[in-house]
Design a binder for this molecule. Structure first.
Ligand code: 2IT
Length: 450
C-alpha cells in the first residue's frame, strides 16, 4: 500500500506523517493527535474514506495564505506584522472561522485552530467549511486610530482571498466589534458590495442579534443539556470561569442568570474572585469597567471582588469549570487542582484549553469534559445565522436567534453523546470528534480524491 495509507496504521504513525510536513508545529500536532485518536478506526474501516484518504487530506489545509501587513503608528513609525488565513476545508460550505490578533499567532496555532474549526463547523449541522486567520499583532496599548490603520492594512491584502461564498472570517481573541467594524468597512470599500463576507458585524449594520453573546451563552446551553441529561440542573452550582473576554463574560453572565454561583473571572495577570458569586449586573459592571481601564483588579473593586495577582481560577473550589481564555490554559497541575477542589465538569469555552495530559488525568478522575468544538460552537453557529440573514435579507429577532442557538446546542450535545460511548462511559470529546468527522468525511469522500 502507498505511504499515505500507512499513516492509518496507528495514531503515532499518523502524527509522525503530519510532523514530516509540519515540523515543530506542536499545537497542530496536539490537535491532530487528539482528533485522530478518536476517529482513526472510522477512517480505516469505512472503505470509501480509506480509499480516498479522507483523514489524511483533512490533516492538511486546502490553502495557507501568509502576507505582510505594513502600518504606521501615531508617532509616524512603520511597523511590519504578519497576516495569515488558513483555508482548511470547504467540503461543507465556504471556509468559516475567526481572525485572531495576538503575538502568539503563528502557523502552528492557526493550523490547529483551522483543523478544529472544520470538525466544529461540521458538528453544527450547518453548511460551513473551516478556516482560521489572524496576525501576530496586539491591539493592547494601541490607540483607536492605530487599530483602524492596522485593520485597513490587513484587509487590503485579505480581501482578495475572501468573499461571501468563498471564505467568511469573524472575530476571535483580539478581534471584537471594533476590529470587525474596521475590517468590514475596508472590505466593503474595496469590493463596493454589501455582501456579508465577514460575520460579527454590528446589529443594525448587517450583523445578527446574539452573535456577540452566542459563544458564551451557547457553552452554558450545552452545559444545561449535559446536566439535564444527568437529571441535574445548573441552579446553585459553583462555577469558575477563566478569561475576561467575549466568551468568558457571556458564559459568566448566562450561568449567573440561570442561578449558578459564578466565582471567578481572570486574565493573563491573575484571577478575580467573588466568593458569593457575581450577579448578572456584576458581570456587566466588570465588563464595562475592564473595557475602559484594562485592569481586571480595578474593574472588580466596585462589585466587591478581590484580585489575586498571578492566580488562576483552578485552585478555587467549584462544581464546574469553564475555561474561556486560550489554548493549553489547563495543564496537568491545574487538572490536579481542579480534581482536588471538587470539579466534576469542564466546559471548554476556549479552543483546546486543556492539555493532552491534563485531559487524560481529568478523564481518569471521573471528570466530564465538554470539548470546545462542541461547547463553543454556538459562536460560529450564529455566524452561520448571520450569513443566512445576509443572503436572504431577513432580520431575525433576538428571541428567534436565541431559540435557534438553543436548538443547535441541543443537537450538538445529542450528536456528541450518540457517538461518545467509551467502555460504557460517555466521552463527549470522542463523540464530538466522531460525529464531526463523519459528516465532513462523507462530503469529502463523495467528491473523489481532489
Ligand atoms: O473559534 C471560533 O469558533 C470562532 N472564533 C468563531 C468563528 C466564526 O466564524 O464565528
Amino acid at each position: 500500500m502507498p505511504v499515505l495509507d500507512d499513516a492509518l496504521d496507528s495514531v503515532e504513525a499518523f502524527v509522525t506523517w503530519v510532523k514530516l510536513r509540519h515540523p515543530g508545529e506542536i499545537e497542530f500536532h496536539q490537535a491532530v493527535r487528539s482528533v485522530v485518536g478518536n476517529v482513526i478506526d472510522i477512517a480505516r474501516d469505512v472503505p470509501e474514506f480509506r480509499k480516498t484518504a479522507v483523514l489524511q487530506r483533512l490533516a492538511e489545509p486546502d490553502r495557507s495564505i501568509r502576507f505582510r501587513v505594513t502600518w504606521v503608528d501615531d508617532e509616524g513609525e512603520i511597523h511590519i506584522n504578519r497576516g495569515y488565513r488558513v483555508q482548511h476545508s470547504n467540503a461543507l460550505g465556504p471556509y468559516k472561522g475567526g481572525l485572531r490578533f495576538d503575538p502568539t499567532v503563528n502557523p502552528s496555532i492557526l493550523n490547529f485552530l483551522s483543523f478544529e474549526q472544520v470538525f466544529k463547523n461540521s458538528l453544527t449541522g450547518l453548511n460551513l467549511g473551516g478556516g482560521k486567520g489572524g496576525a501576530d499583532f496586539t491591539t493592547k496599548g494601541r490607540s483607536d486610530n492605530e487599530v483602524m490603520r492596522f485593520c485597513y492594512a490587513f484587509m487590503t491584502e485579505l480581501h482578495r482571498h475572501i468573499g461571501p461564498r468563498t471564505d467568511v472570517p469573524a472575530g476571535d481573541i483580539g478581534v471584537g466589534s471594533r476590529e470587525i467594524g474596521y475590517l468590514w468597512g475596508q472590505y466593503k470599500r474595496l469590493e463596493n458590495q454589501f455582501s456579508g463576507a465577514i460575520t460579527g458585524k454590528a446589529v443594525g449594520a448587517g450583523g445578527s442579534e446574539l452573535r456577540e453573546e452566542a459563544t458564551g451563552y451557547g457553552a452554558v446551553y450545552f452545559l444545561g443539556e449535559m446536566l439535564a441529561d444527568a437529571g441535574d440542573e445548573l441552579d446553585g452550582k459553583r462555577v469558575t470561569v477563566s478569561g475576561a473576554g467575549n466568551v468568558a463574560i457571556h458564559a459568566a453572565e448566562k450561568a449567573a442568570e440561570l442561578g449558578a454561583i459564578v466565582v471567578t473571572l481572570s486574565n493573563r495577570k491573575g484571577c478575580l474572585i467573588k466568593e458569593d458569586g457575581f450577579s448578572v449586573q456584576d458581570v456587566r459592571a466588570v465588563e464595562g469597567a475592564y473595557t475602559r481601564c484594562h485592569d481586571l483588579g480595578e474593574a472588580g473593586e466596585p462589585v466587591g471582588a478581590r484580585f489575586v495577582e498571578g492566580g488562576k481560577p483552578w485552585t478555587v473550589a467549584c462544581d464546574i469549570a469553564i475555561p474561556s481564555a486560550t489554548q493549553n490554559e489547563i495543564d496537568i497541575e491545574d487538572a490536579r487542582a481542579l480534581v482536588d477542589n471538587g470539579c466534576k465538569i469542564v466546559v471548554e469555552g476556549a479552543n483546546m484549553p486543556v492539555t493532552h495530559d491534563a485531559a487524560e488525568l481529568l478523564w481518569e478522575s471521573g471528570v466530564t469534559i465538554a470539548p470546545g468544538k462542541a461547547a463553543n460552537a454556538g459562536g460560529v453557529a450564529v455566524s452561520g445565522f448571520e450569513m443566512l440573514q445576509n443572503q436572504s435579507g431577513d432580520i431575525w429577532t433576538a428571541e428567534h436567534a436565541d431559540d435557534a442557538l438553543r436548538k443547535i446546542m441541543k443537537g450538538i450535545f445529542q450528536r456528541s453523546k450518540a457517538e461518545g460511548d467509551s467502555g460504557g462511559r460517555i466521552d463527549l470529546c470522542r463523540g464530538a470528534d466522531r460525529a464531526g468527522f463523519r459528516r465532513v468525511a462523507r462530503a469529502t469522500a463523495w467528491m473523489g480524491a481532489m
